[in-house]
Design a protein around this ligand. Sequence first.
Ligand SMILES: CC(C)(COP(=O)(O)OP(=O)(O)OC[C@H]1O[C@@H](n2cnc3c(N)ncnc32)[C@H](O)[C@@H]1OP(=O)(O)O)[C@@H](O)C(=O)NCCC(=O)NCCS
Length: 174
Amino acid sequence: MELVSGNIRLRPFRPSDADNLAEMANNKKISRNLRDGFPHPYSREDAVTFIRHCLDMPRDTFFAIEYRGKHVGNISLSPCQDVYRKSAEIGYFIAEPYWNKGIASAAVKMIVQFGFNNLGLMRIHTGVYEYNPASQRVLEKCGFTREGIFKKAIYKEGSLWDEVRFAILNPAIR
Ligand SMILES: CC(C)(COP(=O)(O)OP(=O)(O)OC[C@H]1O[C@@H](n2cnc3c(N)ncnc32)[C@H](O)[C@@H]1OP(=O)(O)O)[C@@H](O)C(=O)NCCC(=O)NCCS
């Protein structure tokens, strides 16, 4: 499945993405905003393992973000389980040289529509660390609601931080 809007394309990963992915992802300014499962340093082997995992997924939920034909980031929807199965968590990053060009905002809008229209999701959410205003701004621009703060929920790099929770609902249930 590929999603296209203007200069932005969301497409499945390819094994040949590994070198570029490792180069983009090996950046502390990216990893410090993500779960510890996103390692630092980020090796080519980490990229190969991640791409293999994406290609094994039963549904298209992990996408490479292309900007003008170049792979510049990743975006995903991770569907939840059990009573949360109509929800998914969104995650994304953009390579630092491409920040502040509107790429994340465009990609988030595209994958949210895909999640609602193609995956049957009713709610898409994420938690942003308190020190990440750029991602909070992306979510606000994409129509997410700031639902609340989980005080000191995040333990990252040896300190506790607040998590700011955002969500958007499928318009079908508004
Ligand atoms: C967060 C991230 C995805 C944003 O990607 P991007 O393509 O630069 O996002 P956009 O260009 O669509 O929008 C960025 C917005 O944040 C704003 N912004 C950037 N830095 C900011 C800062 N320090 N304080 C406040 N706003 C900031 C920009 O001005 C822009 O808003 P605007 O359009 O109103 O001017 C990117 O910085 C990144 O990959 N960060 C590391 C990983 C990460 O944080 N992932 C998300 C985890 S929840």
